[in-house]
Design a protein around this ligand. Sequence first.
Ligand SMILES: *[C@@H]1O[C@H](CO)[C@@H](O)[C@H](O)[C@H]1NC(C)=O
Ligand SMILES: *[C@@H]1O[C@H](CO)[C@@H](O)[C@H](O)[C@H]1NC(C)=O
Ligand SMILES: *[C@@H]1O[C@H](CO)[C@@H](O)[C@H](O)[C@H]1NC(C)=O
Length: 251
Amino acid sequence: MRFFILLEILSFAASGLAQSSPDILPVVSLISSQVPSQCSPGKSIGVSIDTTKITTSLSEVQFQTTGHGRTGGFANCDFKVELNSWSYNHRVAISGATIRGNANLSDGVKINQFNTTAVFRLEHLNNFSPVTPPEVTNLAMSTMLGELASNEIGGNGIFDDDFEVTVSSPSEKVWSPCFQGSEGSGQDSTFIEFYVSASSSDETGEGSAKLSSGLTVDWDLAWEECTPNSNSTYVNWGSERIEDWQSCIYN
Ligand SMILES: *[C@@H]1O[C@H](CO)[C@@H](O)[C@H](O)[C@H]1NC(C)=O
Ligand SMILES: *[C@@H]1O[C@H](CO)[C@@H](O)[C@H](O)[C@H]1NC(C)=O
Ligand SMILES: *[C@@H]1O[C@H](CO)[C@@H](O)[C@H](O)[C@H]1NC(C)=O
């Protein structure tokens, strides 16, 4: 009996250290879209967050035919979500995704590929205290999920149903910076840029592909406790860094 209790305490402690969800969840402050004809903020982009996932619903994403032969279609949205008020002492990673939708595919048309890519961005105002013109902003980015899932849906007569595709977790988690809790109100802005696409192919050129309610993606979240060190974050974080990305001079 005693042995069991000890084991339970140990495993609880271990899981508590490895993964610890925050009490405070980030708040969406701004959404922008690179493809307003497919998805537009305030109209057809929904973002909701709980401790285990960010759900993005793109209700109007639709296949557009590509090329002259009408043999394939491409539905895509590229949108950027600004997230503020992260929980102090935590960092986040995307550990996989699930794509959901409902499709009507006729005459052997199939959806053969999905792309779910998420890039975390930290925009850091370099000369904050005091702000002396010109304001200099550095940009650092890391791709948390960059997955292309090949998955055949349809391809035989008519497919008119719900579908769900699981995107496996990256081989190694890519972590955000360790949050200070002041993101969005001080010198740091944090964003996740999401790219969602689906490709269809129509070998006979006779069929059609339609998404009845667009595409919904659940982006699975992993959390870890950490100790923020802004000095090292600003120098080291990000697989891609652009110093002096944006300069703004006030007259
Ligand atoms: C699915 O597509 C076919 C072919 O375009 C059409 O005849 C059918 O009515 C569609 N079904 C639904 C439920 O929209
Ligand atoms: C998936 O989308 C991202 C973002 O648009 C792009 O950089 C990447 O090349 C795409 N992957 C493939 C294999 O097409
Ligand atoms: C960051 O650097 C400044 C200036 O070098 C130093 O005063 C401060 O203690 C450092 N902070 C941390 C958390 O290392």
